[in-house]
Ligand binder design. Structure first.
Ligand code: SF4
Length: 334
């Protein structure tokens, strides 16, 4: 809002025009022409100064006939493509957005990282993912999860900007408690995040019961050790008094044994944690397979019996390419 006010006053207009424009942007306006209470002169001046509304275009989308999950491949003006997924839950509508174009983290089971990282997204572009989906579906968005392409803590400043933008009461006004940020474990940023955004939910992609196994699938674990990560997460819960979610993708014969479950339970028992078990979304070109149903149930039972809170993520959009990064990989620009 302050930046918009500078622009508007710099063009010789009154400051309150910034609030009007900000409101239009938050309601999903995709062009200055829609802003019918903003003087034409100002709209023309904005366009001639080179300003534009950077909502992404939809390159392609898949809609699940089973549950209405909608997965979009978006393209920004420079050709950068990211994915975003809209899901309906009993507690409301949720959108999973991307924070980077591609990803540098190199997790071996993930499609988003196959071509590395093209660039970071800006906070405004992340908001654009939400607003475009709202416009497409005609539905409210009640929850936002930053768990699509990219590592949010590798683009911390712009993710922080997004959080402030979407929370601004003059705009979308989404409660920070309805937002979840998911990291693969960039340890120094966990403490900073606890300081800056104690109300935002934090999820950590753990995907392994110990350091050795984690290093095999997640290169980030070579830089940030398992014990240190668990310690940083525990410190986070102590500081914020908030539960931390551990994402754990169950990969057949890699991390899905009962011994793995016992070792994980040993680490997580007795503090504010919650484990979200995710049967792996298989990715074309990667050899990993999803864990079998019986292994998922046995894994879950070990955690439950140890007193660790656990859920198995409901598989949404199973009839579409739900693995993150897959739609982009299948629609490479020529
Ligand atoms: S799982 Fe997340 S952090 Fe790992 S490569 Fe994929 S997008 Fe990046």
């Amino acid at each position: 809002m302050a930046e918009l006010a500078d622009i508007v006053t710099g063009l010789g207009e009154k400051k309150f025009r910034a609030k009007q424009i900000f409101g239009w942007l938050a309601r999903g306006a995709a062009s200055f022409d829609e802003m019918n209470n903003v003087p034409l002169k100002l709209r023309e001046a904005l366009a001639s100064e080179g300003y534009y509304i950077g909502q992404p275009e939809v390159v392609t989308e898949q809609i699940s006939a089973a549950d209405g999950t909608r997965k979009c491949l978006y393209e920004f003006r420079d050709g950068a493509r990211v994915e975003s997924v809209f899901m309906k839950y009993s507690y409301g509508n949720s959108i999973c957005i991307s924070s980077q174009v591609g990803c540098l983290m190199g997790c071996t089971f993930c499609a988003s990282t196959m071509d590395g990282k093209m660039r970071d997204l800006t906070g405004g572009e992340m908001l654009g993912e939400v607003l475009r989906m709202k416009r497409l579906t005609g539905e409210d968005i009640n929850h936002v999860v930053i768990m699509g392409m990219g590592e949010p803590f590798d683009n911390y400043d712009e993710v922080a900007r997004f959080l402030r933008l979407i929370n601004d009461p003059a705009g979308v006004g989404l409660s920070l408690r309805n937002i979840t940020v998911s990291t693969c474990g960039i340890i120094p940023m966990i403490a900073r995040f606890a300081e800056d955004f104690p109300q935002v939910n934090l999820a950590v992609s753990l995907h392994a019961p110990d350091g050795d196994k984690r290093m095999r699938t997640m290169p980030v674990a070579r830089k940030y050790g398992y014990d240190e990560l668990i310690e940083a997460c525990r410190a986070y819960t102590e500081k914020t008094h908030r539960r931390i979610t551990f994402e754990y993708a169950l990969i057949r014969d890699v991390n899905d044994s009962e011994a793995d479950a016992r070792s994980l339970a040993h680490r997580l028992r007795g503090w504010l944690t919650h484990v979200n078990l995710i049967p792996l979304n298989e990715v074309k070109g990667r050899e990993y397979k999803t864990a079998e149903g019986a292994r998922v149930s046995a894994f879950r039972k070990v955690l439950e019996d140890s007193g660790v809170a656990v859920t198995v993520r409901r598989t949404l959009g199973s009839d579409i390419d739900a693995a993150c990064g897959q739609l982009r990989a299948d629609n490479k620009r020529g």
